[in-house]
Write a protein of this length. Structure first.
Length: 133
């Protein structure tokens, strides 16, 4: 029997088990401060201590990405990403992604936010840019 539901989890068995433990309440999620429980169709959260295999090589204390399909737009997606204490290289990479895709990128103290509308044709490149190590 194969079951597909929401949320859909991808990853190794151990990593997925840890996520399920957080969702079910068996493990505290206190280390994650950016996840807001919103209704984004795709949500990714990461702690930066994971090293080279993490999104943007873990160059931040915490990372959150939410992607949603807006009700009034059939040709793209709303994107919102947040970074706690991003490194200079992460700031530069995300700033470059924002500039190439007409997205808003702002630094607020030691934190950063990226947001805006991404057309369908550009979503893959934006996600690869944000999630690739």
């Amino acid at each position: 029997v194969k079951v597909m539901g929401k949320p859909t989890l991808f990853g190794s068995q151990e990593a997925t088990r840890q996520v399920l433990d957080v969702i079910s309440g068996s493990q505290p999620a206190g280390n994650f401060t950016l996840v807001d429980g919103g209704d984004a169709d795709l949500q990714v959260a990461a702690l930066g201590s994971g090293g080279a295999s993490m999104p943007l090589s873990g160059g931040y204390r915490e990372f959150y990405l939410g992607v949603s399909v807006p009700e009034d737009q059939a040709n793209g997606f709303d994107l919102h990403a947040k970074y706690l204490q991003p490194t200079q290289s992460v700031n530069q990479k995300v700033s470059d992604i924002a500039e190439k895709n007409n997205l808003s990128y702002s630094l607020i103290g030691s934190d950063a936010e990226l947001s805006g509308f991404v057309v369908k044709e550009n979503l893959q490149n934006v996600l690869v840019g944000l999630l690739a190590p």
